[in-house]
Ligand binder design. Structure first.
Ligand code: WQD
Length: 340
């Protein structure tokens, strides 16, 4: 059984990916420092898969601990690197924290991974690298635009660090997955998103408002040049996103990759406006949401949705869930954690 290291494996996307990896027959070892996650997630993963993954509470900023980890784990066949800070607004306030958390850790891990006999590496990148793309849907060939935030910059620089490393290390094999907007939760409602404090992202804000934790959702801008005036994004069910990691990993393990550094968009290919997301929520929950129009939020792009042809044909992966299904799972999870 091949052993896969998943950093940030107790986080939102990480935990769903651990489930899919175990379902696909991989053995998983998780590294997580619990800075934005909880040990209870391990129990959720175990309940779903009947298997408790190996877990190490380790801060990847501690270089010597990273070195020791790889010295004591010779049998790692691949690494999926999720661990990172992800609050866009916080990154503007604390740029050095973000550069340290997201880039130092990446470098320490890559140094160790590149020393392994088989160096298979998957990186969590983001559609944020495209900024406001000139054409929709966005292909992987669209230019990378100057980042709007230190968080976005860590994704761009992270990709460059991996690309440059792969150039001089032919035995390294890496894939960067550029996620569009992950939402939803496992259909079992045993794992899901656990935002700390006031959610910055749309879907947890919606479900928390409906659950009574927030008074009202502010729709940031209704005067955008889109059909209903609100911004358009490509919302992808987190389970579909998790499955994309499994197929990307299989591609690396089977050496099917065309070059030793590849990028893929991971989205549904469908753009939905903020108002369409709200409507979907109201439909699946059977309740109306308290929301109001508010000014635009600084840094928001007008629209972003993926061209998924490369992922569909090269990876053989396609998102399966509809927006309604994703919203249903997000609502089931919110009800579960609030005992509703
Ligand atoms: C979606 C839409 C908002 C909240 C961000 C990061 C990106 C990635 C995912 C992750 C926008 C609107 C939101 C609210 C609203 N990072 N909105 N009211 O901005 O597309 O992407 O998260 O790790 O890098 O930039 O996602 O969910 O914040 O916003 O109207 O209270 O919902 O304006 O149009 P975004 P989001």
């Amino acid at each position: 059984m091949k052993k896969i290291l998943v950093t940030g494996g107790l986080g939102f996307i990480g935990s769903h990916t651990v489930v899919e990896l175990q379902n696909a027959g991989f053995e998983v070892v998780i590294i997580d420092d619990l800075s934005n996650s909880s040990l209870e997630v391990l129990k959720g993963i175990e309940d779903i898969t009947n298997k408790r993954p190996e877990f190490e509470n380790l801060d990847l900023k501690d270089k010597s601990k990273v070195i020791t980890f790889f010295r004591t784990h010779h049998d790692i066949s691949g690494v999926i690197h999720f661990a990172a800070s992800k609050a866009v607004g916080e990154s503007v306030e604390k740029p050095l924290l973000y550069y340290e958390n997201n880039l130092n850790t990446l470098i320490y891990i890559l140094k160790e991974v590149s020393g392994l006999e088989t160096s298979n590496f998957i990186f969590s990148s983001s559609c944020t690298v495209y900024g406001q793309a000139d054409e929709m849907p966005i292909t992987e060939k669209a230019p990378v635009k100057p980042a709007e935030s230190p968080y976005g910059n860590t994704k761009q620089i992270g990709e460059e660090i991996i690309r440059d490393t792969c150039k001089v290390m032919p035995h390294m094999n890496a894939i960067a997955l550029r996620y569009f907007n992950p939402i939803g939760a496992h259909p079992s409602a045993k794992i899901g998103e656990l935002p700390i404090g006031v959610p910055q992202n749309l879907v947890p804000y919606i479900t928390q408002t409906a659950a009574g934790l927030r008074d009202c959702l502010s729709v940031f801008g209704d005067d955008y040049p889109t059909p209903d005036g609100t911004c358009i994004r490509d919302y992808i069910h987190v389970v579909d996103l998790a499955k994309a990691h499994v197929v990307a990993l299989q591609r690396l393990l089977e050496r099917k990759n065309n070059s030793n550094y590849e990028t893929f968009n991971i989205g549904t290919g469908v753009g939905s406006s903020v108002l369409e997301v709200i409507k979907s929520f109201e439909k699946v929950s059977g309740q109306s949401l308290n929301y109001k129009m508010a000014p635009r939020r600084a840094g928001d792009v007008i629209e972003a949705f993926a061209h998924t042809n490369k992922a569909n044909t090269v990876l053989g992966w396609k998102a399966q869930s509809t927006l309604d299904e994703a919203m249903q799972s997000a609502w089931d999870w919110e009800k579960h954690i609030r005992n509703l």
